[in-house]
Design a protein around this ligand. Structure first.
Ligand code: CTP
Length: 393
């Protein structure tokens, strides 16, 4: 059984730590709780003890604690140290390496990964000191579940509210994961690209990013380190991975190059084939005799470039083909032309697939073609991730 050491520091949001314990326990994760002095003002040790089913640690100098389990041992007995909620104060202590109470001592002594879920007033979160502290922590590899934006207990509005317990749990599960793709880096492109025409207009397509985002999540769930490079979508950022947001095909191209090397590349994005040189000012209808013409220039083909033989070519490159006719023939041709290993082909002619929740595909590999029946995009993503797992097995 995986185990987390959950440090609950002070703050109105500390009550959500109880829900987090309940969810984690239900998910089969053991929880050892540590409560700071400020945390105890908001939740009682008794509630934490009842939910974790174990001792709640509070005092650095308690002799019983030390005789049962020393603080060094306690800091390493779990697979992951989670600080939720993490106050501005404890984040600053982590940065400085202060060890003046049990929680900060454990965070300094541990040899395990640390995940923080900050919660504080919006001004404190946006303060230059907290910005700088967060930058240092991220650079050190501390995992962060960023706070949500919303109305705060103090009456102000903005980012600073503790992320919801299910989101924190998802990040914990991703961090604890040592699945079959552990050690593999996967780049996934997702969503459409927007190619500006003028400051207010752009060229786009109907891609929602649902399939690409689901694939990124499925690969992360198998333990891969995932970089998701996403065009403009209205989906929440999946947890447990690096998300790079881009707008144009050329930005996506640069972000993919930046993210290399990788073992796996899944190009699920519906990248615009062309861009226009955007006008500096809004194109005016009033006063122009004829409609403007758009001069299109070709965008870089990310999939074709990444598939070129070379030392930086991922071991497995997967492309997508959205077609409206001759699906198998076009997709087979696309696979050969772009030199990718596999192509996931779907018919997007009035099938409701583009933008919808379901997908029906042909998977074309060097070994032949498989026809996958219509299913949810999440299910399809898991099936593809399983195929990828088999490839590396
Ligand atoms: N793709 C890409 N970069 C581009 C265009 C496409 O990486 N500039 C990738 C897509 O992510 C997808 C695959 O190439 O995995 C196929 O995209 P598609 O638009 O269908 O291919 P095209 O080369 O544009 O083929 P055509 O327009 O002739 O169908």
């Amino acid at each position: 059984m995986k185990r987390i050491l959950l440090i609950v520091s002070g703050g109105i949001a500390a009550y959500k730590a109880l829900e987090l314990v309940r969810l984690a326990t239900k998910a089969g994760i053991g929880v050892t709780a540590v409560l700071t002095a400020a945390g105890e003002k908001f939740v009682t040790p008794l509630s934490l003890q009842a939910l974790t089913g174990g001792k709640v640690y509070q005092d650095l100098f308690s002799l019983t604690d030390e005789s049962e389990m020393g603080h060094i041992e306690l800091s390493r007995a779990a697979d992951l140290v989670v600080i939720a909620p993490a106050t501005a104060n404890i984040l600053a202590k982590l940065v400085a390496g202060l060890a003046d109470d049990l929680a900060s001592t454990l965070a300094l002594a541990t040899d395990k990964p640390v995940l923080v879920a900050p919660a504080m007033n919006v001004r404190m979160w946006e303060h230059a000191a907290t910005r700088a502290n967060m930058a240092v922590l991220q650079q050190r590899g501390v995992l962060v579940v960023p706070p949500d934006e919303g109305a705060m207990a103090c009456g102000e509005f903005g980012p600073g509210r503790l992320a919801e317990p299910p989101a924190i749990l998802a990040a914990i599960e991703a961090a604890l994961n040592d699945g079959p793709l552990k050690g593999k880096h996967a780049i996934v492109t997702s969503g459409p690209t927007h190619e500006p025409i003028d400051p207010v207009r752009y060229l786009a397509n109907r891609s929602s990013g649902k399939q690409g985002h689901a694939i990124a999540a499925a690969l992360a769930a198998l333990g891969a380190r995932v970089t998701l490079i996403s065009g403009p979508v209205s989906l929440p950022d999946p947890f447990g991975m690096v998300v790079v947001k881009v707008e144009t095909a050329r930005e996506m191209h640069a972000a993919v190059r930046n993210a290399l090397p990788a073992d796996i590349a899944v190009c699920a994005a519906a990248v615009a084939d062309w861009h226009v040189a955007p006008a500096a000012q809004k194109l005016k209808k009033h006063g122009s005799a004829t409609p403007p013409t758009l001069a299109l220039s070709e965008n870089p083909d990310i999939l074709a470039e990444i598939s070129k033989p070379g030392t930086r070519r991922p071991a497995l490159v997967i492309g997508f083909a959205a077609e409206t006719e001759n699906l198998a023939a076009h997709a087979t041709d696309k696979r050969a032309r772009k030199h990718c290993d596999w192509i996931v082909a779907n018919d997007v002619s009035g099938t409701g697939i583009m933008g919808g929740d379901e997908n029906e595909v042909l998977l074309i590999t060097g070994a032949g073609t498989e026809s996958w029946p219509r299913m949810g995009k999440t299910r399809l993503a898991q099936k593809l991730a399983d195929k990828i797992k088999e490839f590396f097995a």
